[in-house]
Ligand binder design. Sequence first.
Ligand SMILES: C[S@@+](CC[C@H](N)C(=O)[O-])C[C@H]1O[C@@H](n2cnc3c(N)ncnc32)[C@H](O)[C@@H]1O
Length: 272
Amino acid sequence: MKNEEDRSAWQLDQNSATAYEDYLVGRFFRRWAERLLTHADVAPGDRILDAGCGTGIVARTAASRLGRASKVVGVDINDGMLAEARRQDADQTVAWEKGALEELPFEDRTFDVALSQQVLQFVADRAKALAELHRVLAPGGRLVLASLRDLAFNPSYGVLATTLERHAGKAAGDMMRSPFSGPDADTLREELKAQGFSGVSVQHDILDVRFPSPSEYLRQEAASSPLAEPLAELHGDSLEALIADLEPALAAFTDDHGVTFPMETHFVAANR
Ligand SMILES: C[S@@+](CC[C@H](N)C(=O)[O-])C[C@H]1O[C@@H](n2cnc3c(N)ncnc32)[C@H](O)[C@@H]1O
């Protein structure tokens, strides 16, 4: 995992998909992919879809657990994320496809298990996406998804968002809040039932996360997201002011080794 701190030249990475893989996958998405797959109880022979695969950590982990006996497909709308996914999958263990959840490029009843980690909160038409996931699952198939709980359960990100808003504008604050603005568990339950899913079960999952310092917490999150652009425009004094504001704001999450906090998500499982 990349891990350099240099506040005098606080360069954001050129490619946010590579930064996402280097930073956020290492800090939490990889461990969460493992837990999601265990929760989904995937088995060799299962045909698996990773919906909104990003750089592909869920699909790649599934393929390495299950071997060639399982067909694993990752689908995403973002070319940059798919390029990084292909780069990480040198042995071509996964089939990577471009497509939107709302219009999945697969035949009916193609998969036994559909997995989707931290995607639903970004999807424009959630009802359509859930209907599509239902359509591509085979009878007896199951959907297991992860969606972050709101900022009340992930308060250090609320601190990041508020500080960003103060220094880089409302859009930057809203962007940092967006991963935590997905549906709550009861809403998801109803939306899944409305699309024909049954046996919906919700589990809260809590992961311990650590970043080396408050400024690295901000830098790595920003570099891995659409925040890279607005923040790349902050220089010198503005950047120093942002970090000077952030450090005391994050004091409750900071120890002698950096910033640490519990991060909370919902795992939601449902039968087709
Ligand atoms: C936070 S990332 C999660 C990526 C991956 N699932 C992981 O666990 O690392 C969200 C991903 O959802 C994708 N995404 C957002 N809306 C989508 C849509 N409507 N259809 C397909 N992918 C979408 C984005 O391109 C991005 O790669």
